[in-house]
Design a protein around this ligand. Sequence first.
Ligand SMILES: *[C@@H]1O[C@H](CO)[C@@H](O)[C@H](O)[C@H]1NC(C)=O
Ligand SMILES: *[C@@H]1O[C@H](CO)[C@@H](O)[C@H](O)[C@H]1NC(C)=O
Length: 390
Amino acid sequence: MFWACLICVLAILYASNTSLYHAVTVPHDSWPKFSSSPSSVEAISSRNAKIIHQGMTGGGPETVILSDDGTAYLLCENGDVKSIQVANTSSPPTTVARVGGRPLGGAIARGECSDAEDILYLAEASKGLLRLTVSKLPVGTRRKAKVELVAFELGDGTPIVYADDVAVGSKSGKVYFTDASDVVVERVRGSRTLFDTLSASIVDGVRGERTGKLLAYDPRTGETEVLADGIWFANGVAVSEDEDYVLVCETFAARVLKVNLSAPRPHPVTVFAEGVFPGYVDGLSISHATGRVHVAVPSPAPGAIKVLSGVRPAWFNRVIRQGILMLPAFIKPVKYGCFVTLDLEGKVVRTWVDEGGDIANFVTAVEEKDGKLYLGSLKEDKVVVVDMEL
Ligand SMILES: *[C@@H]1O[C@H](CO)[C@@H](O)[C@H](O)[C@H]1NC(C)=O
Ligand SMILES: *[C@@H]1O[C@H](CO)[C@@H](O)[C@H](O)[C@H]1NC(C)=O
């Protein structure tokens, strides 16, 4: 019945040539390969996980950035960067900078930091790559910050549309970052400050075009180059300890790509991990201390999208996809928490799952430090800390 109604509505819309979005081209070559029986499953529960700073983060701390001095920076939905003290959870989050827009991913540029200042690069979805200088003052003192927009277009004037995540090379100091898609992130309807990155990503996923890029910004020259393109939503990025490769999450292909920086340009891209994730992939980190790779899986594989992959002919598939774009409630994510820990060869070590999403929900980033994992979420107003040993 549902499909019958949907098809009727779509047929009418198609006939009258009405569309909310520009024409779509559906690729048929490669559909996401999800893992139907994840290996080494470990439940995220009150036994091994705790919630900190609930209701105090400024909404949706998409990423938690851990510094070496016990400070962590949260990139919040309201456009703030907040800092927390990892060792003292009764110390509330404090705002270090109001960068505005939607900061999604970031990394500390350790080579540029000093005793007096932390330097961070942030991917802000509406503007591009930001450089944030935070003066380090004693705990409890308001930190002073400076925000600069350092990259918003490529050399040929192509705009950076949807800056998403950042990693900084330990040797060159280059800033590797993703431009997720050419779908523009719009403001939340009726809000002057909030940006709806989730809807833009869903449009990209359903649309099925591959416009994501991996970029590299060189702070010495101020230039930004393209390392890889044609990515179906270029999301989390992490760089190896020796900066010989970069890993990138290709969200809607449910896989992780590996870009070999040691090989001559254009650097070859291979698949690092595929078919091992129970849903779409988002944030990514490499722990240089333990050699573990953590991949966030914010939502399970949606049944509708799996069914869609078989719908032929292509024009009809396209019509259905456009229709789904008009039914936001239909593709609203369910409550679910998951991330996958891999080794440096891309083999699964553990699949962490919170089926009901009561503790961890819509996990978008995982950062490891001293045996603990700090989970960010695009939607939840809290940080979840998972003890890897328990
Ligand atoms: C933790 O933070 C609270 C609130 O800021 C403060 O009162 C307390 O002294 C701190 N505890 C330690 C051990 O620093
Ligand atoms: C990267 O490329 C170099 C040079 O071509 C090669 O020696 C190395 O094995 C490659 N690394 C990986 C992980 O593929």
